[in-house]
Design a protein around this ligand. Structure first.
Ligand SMILES: NC(=O)c1ccc[n+]([C@@H]2O[C@H](COP(=O)([O-])OP(=O)(O)OC[C@H]3O[C@@H](n4cnc5c(N)ncnc54)[C@H](O)[C@@H]3O)[C@@H](O)[C@H]2O)c1
Length: 352
């Protein structure tokens, strides 16, 4: 039997420990080293898993013979850090967003091609049972002609959250506000379920927080398949309310609320079809409880879905396959968000 894959983590702040816990839950993976330029942070995490702590990530990459490196640093460093790890011969698992500029996305994919390693980008909600079920139904055509897809993210982040790290809410390192940092999860899901986005018209603003980037955004989308959609998102909705991803077609409707299947109704399962005015109830009804969700608490990240995504990378390495969410597929969510920013700034429709 092969020895377990040797994992390292760069960045031991809020999300680094989630990766450590997820790695520890996988029998074919071992956390051997972590790095943070704040050494006590790295030491604290390392001591929990019997790993080695490094202040310098290059030293970790040179010494530890790592198979896989998780990039958990501020978003605007993802490209630089992932490229360093790939050039050191490691596969990489990059936190969302993959990066914050098109140039950096291109460079990461270029280095991946040159080095021949694998890259996965975290979008853990693709691995939630509700998302997987709705996606499988979309693939079967169960929703018929898709007509409308919406993502609603009325979240709350306090000023103290934005002040808790110098990079938060900055253009240079967060790459944006609510959209690039928080709503990207739902935007990725929306485009995974509805198909790629063709064009965007948007408004953004900063209404509640002292920060460089947007804390509220709305946009209208046209998908490549002709369906329409919306994104409405904010971190200024106290106390943080239900996240919804809604898919509507002439064959059925599904609503994912706080990562659970809140509503599902398929025409093909109706004994009596809805009449001219619709209104057939009988779908699975919803709950609007946000307790324990990231709508109000950034650290309430469920480790299970990270574990499933990291296990998927382990599978891809062992089978010499491709991770479910590789860099080529992950870049679209960032491109949508960059398109929203461009439309809000120019007042024009942006074609992707
Ligand atoms: N998937 C999710 O649900 C989720 C949740 C939270 C954060 N994230 C993403 O994870 C990333 C990190 O976010 P966070 O909230 O953990 O940030 P954080 O500020 O809490 O942690 C980042 C850590 O990186 C360290 N760091 C910075 N530069 C470094 C370098 N050159 N070498 C080593 N360490 C370095 C910092 O010292 C800090 O400890 C962001 O891209 C964010 O979008 C994802």
């Amino acid at each position: 039997m092969n020895p377990a894959l040797r994992f390292g983590i760069i960045g031991c702040g809020v999300i680094g420990p989630t990766h450590a816990e997820a790695i520890a839950s996988i029998s074919d993976a071992e956390l051997v080293a972590v790095s943070d330029r704040d050494l006590p942070r790295a030491e604290k995490l390392a001591s929990r898993y019997g790993a080695t702590a490094h202040a310098d990530m290059d030293e970790m990459l040179a010494r530890e013979r790592l198979d896989v490196v998780c990039i958990c640093t501020p978003s605007g460093y993802h490209g630089q850090h992932a490229c360093a790890a790939m050039r050191a011969g490691a596969h990489v698992i990059v936190e969302k967003p993959m990066e914050i500029t098109k140039e950096a996305l291109d460079e990461m994919l270029e280095v991946q091609r040159e080095t021949g390693v694998k890259m996965a980008v975290i979008s853990q909600h693709r691995f939630d049972p509700a998302s997987e079920r709705v996606h499988a139904l979309v693939e079967e055509g169960a929703f018929g002609r898709l007509v409308l897809g919406n993502a609603h993210i009325p979240w709350w982040r306090s000023q103290a959250y934005y002040d808790s790290g110098a990079w938060r809410g900055t253009r240079g390192l967060d790459g944006g506000g609510i959209l690039m940092n928080q709503a990207i999860h739902s935007i990725d899901l929306l485009a995974w379920l509805m198909g790629p986005v063709h064009s965007i018209k948007a408004y953004t603003d900063t209404l509640v927080h002292r920060m460089e980037t947007e804390d509220v955004a709305v946009c209208a989308l046209r998908f490549k398949n002709g369906a329409l959609g919306t994104i409405a998102a904010t971190t200024g909705a106290y106390p943080g309310v239900t996240t919804r991803v809604e898919i509507f077609g002439d064959g059925g409707s599904a609503i994912i609320e706080n990562d659970q299947l809140g509503y599902l109704h398929l025409r093909r399962e109706d004994e009596v079809e809805a009449g001219a005015y619709g209104g057939a109830p009988g779908g699975k009804q919803s709950t609007s409880d946000t307790e324990g969700s990231t709508a109000a608490d950034p650290s309430a990240v469920n480790t299970t879905s990270h574990g499933l995504q990291i296990a998927d990378m382990v599978r891809a390495i062992r089978e010499d396959g491709t991770p479910i969410l590789d860099g080529e597929h992950a870049r679209h969510a960032v491109e949508i968000i960059l398109g929203v920013y461009e439309s809000a700034q120019t007042g024009k429709e942006v074609l992707l």
